[in-house]
Design a protein. Structure first.
Length: 501
């Protein structure tokens, strides 16, 4: 029997509110795996009323000021305690990622490594001195004298934070939002995506062991109604959301009457640019994995492949050949490279993009349908072949819209200037990449692409814990990761004073 059917079910019936697990008034629902559609456990069904109770607890906790005024080294210590618990349960967490999201072990381990690196960084930041002393200044005074003045800045917690995580990175984004929020002294209500609640529930098991002041961390489950109850409440000081640009816009509208800060990491239609001097053989793995890892369910996937027309034919041929040997299926099975999409609605969405791309004149190179020949036990799963289209117009529906599935668009260009113009002709600006034998030219182009992060020749610098992550345009507001991400969860205060007489 495979790992899906022999695994132990995870049964949860409670939300986490005011420091305790509380049975959900609407009972539970089955949690399923996209690998074969079977139930892997149960999760509580939250409601708007329970969301408001969680907000009550978080608001009271922050107003009491116990966690916000706690010694910074104590807060740092709690972050390290959480880090130790996560590392101790690494195998369990990765296995749950594989089950609940359909990721391969490599993908799950990669996400967890990124999360633990960030958690360690937030622990360091929690212990750092929040006060910065500014240089003295001399100021002409109204009586004709010149006076010396001093100033300091300090960072205070922003207050009550609502954190909403996506289905494609439940545990990772739980750490990425709870980590800086708690390190800075805030109270939090976190809501996971309805498709993947188990990872956040597992995280709450660990948070409960931290013995934080009641109400510091709260968790509710649910869909749009619960989200609206959280985001429209006037007591909320900040909303941190990762998900689609459509939902991000809805959250901004809900928050607008109260001028609530919105910290948004949204969609993308990122471009990978291959200049004429690019080595296709060396670039090929990056091109493939940047599109088809996590079955294309990544906001920063470089789904637009911009390639110099002089080498475009060679790239298309190499992609077609590579995908003949690309294994799609059970992520627990040896050799699987791409697992399932999250639900059947995602498969249908991918199929609709294929149909429209063909109608608009793009050439199908590989894939384009549900895979054939899968093991019968996977018949209830949600699979789609890695798909490549050549001759895609950047102005087409496929060229401009995020699929969130394994579909790659090949777009030709004839000059560096044209490549940059195509890359920038998008409503999004989250990620990107440039491949070239001339690092100087690549750097020049990178400086011109309007995107939040961009790699050169496969550079992994964006995985550095101090590298900020976020987007331009419809890709969001604010930054995550490292000190930039931590600062989003704070308010900066200036204090000025006279020096001497």
């Amino acid at each position: 029997m495979d790992a899906v059917t022999t695994g132990t079910r995870m049964e949860y019936d409670s939300l986490f509110i005011d420091g305790a697990f509380v049975a959900a008034t609407h009972g539970t629902e089955e949690a399923i795996t996209p690998i074969d559609g079977s139930a892997i456990g149960s999760a509580p069904v939250g409601s708007p009323d329970e969301a408001r109770k969680a907000l009550d607890a978080a608001h009271a906790s922050f107003e009491a000021g116990v966690w916000a005024s706690e010694d910074s080294h104590v807060r740092s210590g709690k972050m390290r305690q959480l880090l130790d618990m996560v590392l101790a349960r690494k195998d369990e967490i990765v296995r749950l990622m594989m089950l609940e999201m359909g990721y391969t072990r490599m993908e799950g381990e990669g996400q967890l490594q990124l999360g633990t690196d960030q958690l360690e960084k937030f622990a360091d930041l929690a212990a750092a001195d929040p006060v910065t002393t500014l240089p003295l200044v001399s100021t002409p005074w109204h009586d004709g004298t010149i006076r010396l003045g001093g100033a300091i800045t300090t960072r205070d917690p922003i207050g009550l934070v609502v954190a909403i995580t996506p289905y494609n990175a439940g545990f990772l984004l739980g750490l990425m939002k709870l980590g800086p929020a708690l390190a800075a002294g805030n109270s939090v209500v976190i809501k996971p995506a309805p498709y993947t609640p188990l990872q956040t529930l597992l995280l709450m098991d660990m948070v409960a062991e931290l013995d934080l002041p009641p109400g510091t961390v709260n968790m509710v489950t649910g869909g749009a109604e619960v989200g609206e109850a959280l985001c429209s409440d006037p007591r909320v000081d900040m909303i941190s959301f990762t998900g689609s640009d459509k939902v991000g816009g809805m959250i901004m509208a809900q928050a607008a009457p109260h001028i609530t800060k919105c910290h948004l990491e949204l969609g993308g239609k990122s471009a990978l640019i291959l200049r004429r001097d690019a080595d296709i053989a060396r670039a090929l793995p990056g091109v493939l994995f940047s599109n088809f890892a996590q079955a294309g369910q990544g906001c920063a996937c470089t789904t637009r492949i911009l390639v110099d027309n002089a080498i475009r034919g060679d790239l298309v041929a190499a992609l077609g050949e590579a995908l003949k040997h690309w294994k799609v299926g059970d992520p627990f099975a040896e050799g699987t490279v791409t697992g399932p999409l999250i639900r059947n609605v995602a498969v249908e969405r991918a199929a609709s993009f294929v149909e429209r791309a063909q109608a608009e004149g793009a050439t199908l190179v590989a894939g384009g349908k549900r895979p054939e020949g899968l093991d019968e036990r996977l018949s209830g799963g949600f699979y789609f072949e890695p798909t490549v289209f050549d001759g895609v117009s950047n102005d087409s529906f496929l060229g401009q819209n995020e699929v969130f599935g394994p579909i790659m668009s090949i777009i030709g260009f004839d000059s560096d200037e044209e490549a940059v113009a195509i890359a920038n002709k998008s409503d999004f600006g989250l990620g990107g990449s440039i491949v070239s034998a001339d690092a100087g030219k690549a750097m020049e182009m990178a400086m011109k692409v309007r995107t939040g992060s961009i790699g050169i020749n496969g550079g992994s610098g964006k995985l550095h814990p101090d590298t900020p992550f976020g987007g331009y345009k419809r890709s969001g507001l604010g930054r995550e990761w490292g000190e930039h991400g931590y600062n989003e969860y704070t308010q900066i205060k200036a204090i000025t004073f006279p020096v001497g007489n």
